[in-house]
Design a protein around this ligand. Sequence first.
Ligand code: 5GP
Length: 194
Amino acid sequence: MKLLQDRILSQGQVRPGNVLKVDCFLNHQLDVELLDQIGAEFHRIFEKDGINKILTIEASGIAIACMTARHFNVPVVFAKKAKSKNIDGDVYTSTVHSYTYGRDYDITLAQKFLGPEDRVLILDDFLANGKAMRGLLDVCKQAGATVAGIGICIEKGFQPGGDELRAEGYKLASLAIVDSMDDDGHITFRPCTY
Ligand code: 5GP
């Protein structure tokens, strides 16, 4: 998606440890117009896949999921990272290793919000080693839900998560795939069309 690639080139910042910072438009300050266009693009790619629910993980995925859900007209459910006393009933849980924080955390989702009748589009802001996505896939498996697609805003193609998921047969669409980035801020993209 050229619009997103251009924004990464103009406003993304490369940080030590292969971290790309995009907090001025994607995951801290939010450019709602850009997010709406991202939602439209995910809708174009997945509209024939019978999606009836969008699943993401807090916090950065929520805005992307909500803006996309407006195009699909389906509910959003998000996995929680914090243990909440507020979740009643049974929950699915999975353990995820955080790329940015370098530690494990549990994700939680109330069982009443995901089940075998669901065809899920999983969305997130970044895909790197795929650990967060494995947690969400695990939750879908526990629920008996069908994973109809995976949509990612920015995949770091030099890390293995995306290619592993493609090799497993998932319909994965990443709107920008970063092939390389260096400390001087040079970023290159892998061509991708869907
Ligand atoms: P993974 O689990 O695929 O290794 O990493 C994906 C998760 O880590 C995403 O949910 C995202 O929040 C975070 N993440 C991974 N790499 C980056 C990065 O380069 N920049 C930012 N801002 N977040 C990242």
